[in-house]
Design a protein around this ligand. Structure first.
Ligand code: ZN
Length: 173
């Protein structure tokens, strides 16, 4: 397997720069062609070879989406539990009246209301990746069937609903 194609597993090192600052530097291994990484990055990695380095620019719309001003909400301060500490600028996991959990950042707070930003923290940001391909291998049939990577220990890090017969680690349980 020479280049990254659908149903190959690639490992790469990357630095991520946003607004001219490095925000992340890491290693990632993923199954190509199954939407496991942001679409713009997946597209940029297609066809790359082992050892190849490349700058991949991903515009906001192909990364975490454009910033959506309608996702800024004002909610009544009283809808928060009394002992709940609201910290400005920090992501919080909240639960709505129907019990759905969502992530939001408080952007302003007063005695009566809290302004919440429900946008992804990276929404509206253009991402600049410097990537180096470390290894490429064909995916196993099981990985292709599950639509995600299995590490050496079997199925790992996947959602229970992704898992089928043959998943070895505890992720299905
Ligand atoms: Zn699996």
């Amino acid at each position: 397997m020479d280049t990254i194609q659908n149903d190959t597993v690639a490992q790469f090192a990357y630095n991520l720069n946003v607004d001219g600052e490095e925000v992340e530097s890491n290693l990632l291994e993923y199954l190509h062609g199954h939407g496991n990484i942001i679409p713009g990055l997946e597209e940029g990695l297609l066809g790359m070879q082992e050892g190849e380095r490349k700058q991949v620019f991903v515009a906001a719309k192909d990364a975490y989406g454009e910033f959506d001003p309608t996702l800024i909400l004002n909610v009544n301060r009283e809808s928060f539990p009394e002992d709940f500490e609201i910290r400005l600028g920090e992501p919080m996991n909240l639960r709505d009246a129907s019990g759905n959990v969502f992530s939001a950042v408080a952007t302003a707070v007063s005695d009566e209301s809290v302004e919440l930003d429900l946008n992804h923290p990276m929404a509206g940001k253009d991402l600049n990746f410097q990537v180096t391909i470390l290894s490429i291998r064909p995916a196993t049939e099981e990985e292709i069937a599950h639509g995600h990577l299995h590490s050496a220990g079997g199925c790992a890090g996947c959602e229970p609903e992704d898992c089928g017969p043959g998943c070895e680690s505890g992720c299905c349980g």
